[in-house]
Design a protein around this ligand. Structure first.
Ligand code: HXC
Length: 259
């Protein structure tokens, strides 16, 4: 697929979206969000795509929403812009395939929020995370007030959002925002290696596990555990469960069919 602001490639079942507006540090203007929407929709409907990695070109992952575009917005336009980006990020979060953010540099504002819509964040040594919105007279609104609180706890989220302090990769790992830190030049390979490992597991179990975790976070424990039971019921209806357990008993590697 051809785009202006992102690069989209698929190899060995892994789609890679590279945010590619380096002159604006990959800031998320409307065109970029439309392209991201189309690329994610393609990933959702295309069986060839088993997993998705999102990364950035140049020194930024994404330096946020496009400040030039939104500087003269009024209340309604600001709200709509937030809604547009939230819709795209919700689609990434709801993709029934694993999604890894390979955070190569600045992940600020909407960039940090984009990474948090992914299932897993791998940070290169030069990654920098932050939510600087209150410097601009607004709040994080591409999901940041909610997803950051859920990932690192309300206290740390408030500290990061209220002070606008930027944190480096190691600190992000320490607080649970980044899953791991890797050498900068191995970032994409590390992300692909983790994705390849995930894709070697039972695909439907990965899908239902993602639903259980994501939907469960919106529920109280009792209902979340009900959901978990329902989803494992679906797992037990799959050929992959039969194959996975037969392979264990027969002391051989499983070959999953995604059925
Ligand atoms: C538009 C941006 C941009 C952004 C950088 N640029 N970030 N343009 N929107 N978010 C542009 C700069 O204007 C500049 O363009 C070029 O990219 C290079 O940036 P520099 O600032 O010259 O680079 P550097 O000195 O290395 O500083 C890097 C930086 C800084 C620290 C990341 O660019 C920065 O602070 N950016 C803004 C970060 C931010 O506040 N993001 C949150 C946005 S709010 P020119 O043309 O001068 O070369 C948000 C949610 C809001 O994300 C939602 C509202 C609905």
């Amino acid at each position: 697929m051809e785009f202006q602001n992102i690069i989209f490639e698929v190899e060995d079942g892994i789609a890679v979206i590279t945010m590619n507006r380096p002159k604006a540090l990959n800031a998320l203007n409307n065109e970029t969000l439309y392209e991201l929407t189309d690329a994610v929709a393609y990933c959702a409907k295309t069986a060839e795509v088993k997993g998705l990695i999102i990364t950035g070109a140049g020194k930024a992952f994404v330096a946020g929403a496009d400040i030039v575009q939104m500087k003269d917005y009024g209340s309604e336009q600001g709200r709509d812009y937030a809604g547009f980006a939230q819709d795209v990020f919700n689609k990434i979060e709801a993709l029934e395939k694993p999604v890894i953010a390979a955070v190569n540099g600045y992940a600020l504002g909407g960039g940090c929020e984009l990474s948090m819509a992914c299932d897993i964040r791998i940070a290169g040594e030069r990654a920098v995370f932050g939510q600087p919105e209150v410097n601009l007279g607004i709040i994080p609104c591409f999901g940041g007030t909610q997803r950051l609180s859920r990932l690192v706890g309300a206290g740390k989220a408030k500290e990061l959002i209220f002070t606008t302090d930027y944190i480096k990769a190691e600190e992000a790992e320490k607080i649970g925002l980044a899953n791991k830190v890797v050498a900068q030049d191995t970032l994409l390979d590390e992300a692909k290696a983790m994705m390849t490992k995930i894709l070697s597991k039972a695909p439907l179990a990965i899908k239902y596990g993602k639903v259980a975790i994501n939907k469960g976070l919106d529920l109280d424990l009792k209902n979340a555990l009900e959901l978990e039971k329902d989803l494992v019921g679906l797992c037990f209806a799959t050929d992959d469960q039969k194959e996975g357990m037969a392979a264990f008993v027969e002391k051989r590697d499983a070959t999953f069919s995604s059925k």
